[in-house]
Design a protein around this ligand. Sequence first.
Ligand SMILES: [Zn+2]
Length: 165
Amino acid sequence: MDNYVTDRKVLFREVNHGNRMRPFGVVVPATMQHEFMKAAHVSAFAGHKGSRITLQRLKERFYWPGMGTDVEAFVAVCKVCRESKDPLGKCASREHLKPLVAPSEPNVRVHADLFQPGAVSAAGHKYVLVITNAFSKLAELVPLKDKEAGTVARQRSSILGSADI
Ligand SMILES: [Zn+2]
């Protein structure tokens, strides 16, 4: 039986870690699971890896019940992967995607993805900005009311300026 805790309105799943329950993995609401799988598999940084790697990537930070089956089903119907000529069944697109060199210190490179879950929060937030630090792999989720360039840029600079993510 899983335990769940909330911290700053984000739902975390708790896991047993050295005899203590610790928050691990942001629980992704059903309305956003598809977008998260897209980010982990389809985005320019994801490069259409197989379901095992896609799942591994998501599991580093996120959780939802049945995510293994969902990711497998998502990758199985990915059009780009299916059209790939790779005899091993892996995606061809990785061949012309140059791997990004891992940065040697924080804040050299961050990845930002903007999601629109389709639901509006009580406070009027419509979008979620996910900022992932390429160095630490830590992800920060920021609810946004609009996706104007100024709003997004403000969030990015306040996060990068305030924390060692
Ligand atoms: Zn794919």
